[in-house]
Every structure is written in C-alpha cells, then in structure tokens.
Design a protein around this ligand. Structure first.
Ligand code: BGC
Length: 390
C-alpha cells in the first residue's frame, strides 16, 4: 500500500458539514407495536416476537443523548405508519405529537433528523386490503405521508419515503420470508412498480405541502463483481441494472438525494475467502467504493443511510467502520458527492427474521433492566468523527 493510501487508512478527512450518525427503524427499536403486519405474523408464529425491544418509544431522550455524546450530528429513524394511521383514514394526533417531540429532541441534541416513512412494516388494515398491491396503494401511502408532512414537515429537512424497496420485494414476494409471504415472480416484479408509484406520488404531494424538504429513498445496493469470464461479466452487468439501477431510474425525477444502504458484495465466478460478520455476510470494504461510483450517473447528493455489521463480541466493528470509511473517502476524492454516513445501528435491535440474535449496535442493552452499554467500537467511530475538526 502506498504512503498516500496509508494516510487515507488512518486519517480520512471528510468535507466540512459532513453528517455523522447512526440509523434505526421504528419496529426494530420502539417496542410495543402490535398493529402492523409483522406483529400479526409474530402472533401467528411465523416470526420472532419484537415485544418491547429496547423500548426506544420511551427512552429516546437517553438514546439521543448517547448519540450526541458519541460525536454524532445526525440521526436516521422511521415513523411507524400503524401508529399514525391505526385504522384506514383515521389519524392519531397523539402519535403525531409523540414523533414531533422526538424530532424536537433530535434538534435539541444537535442531531440532524433523517426521517423515514416506511421501513418494511404496514398497518394490518393496509396489509389486509392487499398492501402495496392494492390499486389505490400509492394514493393511500401518499395520503399518510401528506398527513405527516402537514403536521411535521416543518420539523425536519430530510425525509425518506421507502427503505430498501428491492429487498422488501424479494424477501416478501420472491423468497416468501416476510409478510405477505409470497413466492411469485410476477408479483415480485409488479410490487416494484407499485412502490415506484407510491414514492413518486408521495414525493409530488410532499413537495406541495413542504417545498423546503429534501426527499429520497434508502436503496440497498450490492457490489456485483465478476471473475472475468464473459458470462460472469454479463451476469454482473445484468444485476447492476436489475438490482441497483432500475428502481432508482424509475424515480429519478422524484428524488433530491440518494440514500445508499450498503451491506453486500456478490461475485459471479470464483470468490476469494473473506472474513465474515455474525450474520455470515462478507466483509469487503472496497465494495462500498464501487457502489458509490455507480451512483455518480444520478448527479444527486448521496448519504450512506445504512451500513453496519453484526458483531456481538465487538472485535471487528471498529476496523470495519474505519476501513469502509476510507473507501467512502476515496470515492469523495474522485468526485462523488457523499454528504453523510449513518452506521446501522445506534443500538442492538430486533433484527427482522433473526429476532434479537444478531447485534448490530454501537450500543447494547439489557433486555431486563433496559440499561444501555456503549461498545468500544462506538468510541472508535467517535474518534474518527472528532478527528475531522482536529
Ligand atoms: C435493513 C435493516 C436491517 C439491516 C441488517 C437493512 O437492510 O434496512 O432494517 O436491520 O439491513 O439486516
């Protein structure tokens, strides 16, 4: 490794104003949500139970204070649709007030809010009418977003409509692992256009209500590579288009920034043996650099809206964050407009179909006492952030 690259590795300096934070989602951290499709599936024994999780619904002040103490200046979270609209067309002002207090608390702790409107879960009534497959789904989703924007639009600049639509489409409609547990290629394709319409309409309505807002989605992009054999090159090109680009192309006129969620590296052909996380996912820091370069074509600001590792022992996380950040910096040096980084996750949480068995948090918690403990890697991340102003 050359001297310059070594400098990168130890001391990446990011542009002024760069946002540093962590990310969560409502159902994974809030606790006490019983009226969405995931909670229903858990009652039916199809899933682990989320229960009270780390009870962030009540402990957000404490958690935001921790984030602030760790040097963060931004935070991404989501609003639970089922809380806001528990029955079709019936909106709960108390819950709106709850989220307003959350946004006020973020500001108080110096954390720029990134607010996500949908992170996989939907109210049971919406699931029962067919979810995003329903012909009026985009109108129903946009109505929910418009309602939230009317009440809370002034409290935050950055809003995300959807989290990882392609991951949802494949887990819920192809692999049959998430509600509504379907395995149907035709529906897998169809649901993607439904989500595009939902996003585009929500974007248009939101811009009318709160023109100052910046709106995007969080898109899970994978670094696809090939061993150089022509058929593997073709597979790579196809997947770049099919998984990474197609959805973003379809919403291109309706996004102000791109949220990149990055976790995966997939190589067609013979793959090197790589270190892995507790989830069995390969660790390959260079992957994020390639994903960022691929986004250049959209000419939009990019925020890394999620990136993280399951590492209960916390032996890999610090280096993991550092090494990936070096590659993010390399992309910035090559002209990619990356403006923020949100580690997934601030705190251990309900890891979807894995329940509480996988630990992504900078912070862990005791499920009985709810006491928070900051992991050492959180201080590694803090040091990187603090070095920026040194
Ligand atoms: C999702 C999170 C999830 C994380 C780790 C992301 O794709 O947005 O909800 O916890 O992956 O699996």
């Amino acid at each position: 490794m050359g001297h310059q690259e070594h400098q990168h590795k130890t001391d990446p300096k990011f542009p002024k104003g760069f946002l540093w934070g962590a990310s969560t989602s409502a159902y994974q951290v809030e606790g006490g949500i019983e009226n969405n499709d995931w909670a229903k599936a858990a009652r039916e024994g199809k899933f682990p139970v989320a229960g009270i999780s780390c009870d962030q619904y009540h402990r957000y002040e404490e958690d935001f204070a921790i984030a602030q103490s760790l040097g963060h200046n931004a935070h991404r979270l989501s609003i639970e649709w089922a809380r806001i609209e528990p029955n079709e067309g019936e909106f709960d002002e108390k819950e709106i007030e709850h989220y307003r207090l959350i946004l006020v608390s973020l500001q108080k702790h110096g954390l720029e809010p990134f607010v996500n409107l949908w992170h996989y879960t939907v109210p049971i009534w919406f699931a029962e009418m067919g979810g995003f497959e329903h012909p009026d789904a985009s109108k129903i989703f946009a109505r929910y977003m418009a309602y939230v924007m009317t009440r809370l639009g002034g409290e935050a600049t950055f809003w995300l409509t959807l989290n990882e639509p392609m991951v949802f489409a494949s887990a819920a409609y192809l692999r049959g692992k998430w509600p509504p547990f379907k395995k149907n290629f035709f529906k897998f394709i169809k649901i993607q256009s439904c989500l595009v319409s939902a996003h585009n309409l929500a974007y248009e309505m939101t811009k009318k209500i709160s023109p100052h807002t910046q709106i995007g989605i969080a898109k899970n992009n994978i670094y696809f590579a090939s061993d150089g054999r022509w058929w593997n090159d073709l597979a790579k090109l196809f997947m770049d288009w099919f998984w990474n680009e197609r959805f973003l192309n379809a919403i291109d006129a309706h996004q102000d920034f791109i949220g990149l969620n990055h976790y995966f590296y997939q190589k067609f052909g013979k793959k090197e043996k790589l270190p892995q996380s507790d989830r069995g996912w390969d660790i390959f820091p260079e992957a994020i650099y390639h994903c960022l370069l691929e986004l250049k074509r959209y000419r939009k600001p990019i925020y890394v809206s999620e990136h993280g590792i399951a590492d209960e022992a916390d032996t890999q996380r610090g280096e993991f964050i550092k090494n990936y950040l070096c590659y993010i910096k390399k992309a910035i040096d090559e002209g990619i407009d990356v403006r923020g980084y949100f580690y997934w996750s601030l705190i251990d949480n309900f890891e979807l179909e894995e329940g509480y068995t996988k630990k992504f948090g900078l912070v862990t918690f005791d499920p009985v006492t709810q006491a928070r403990t900051i992991r050492p890697s959180a201080f590694t991340y803090k040091e990187i952030i603090e070095n920026q102003s040194a």
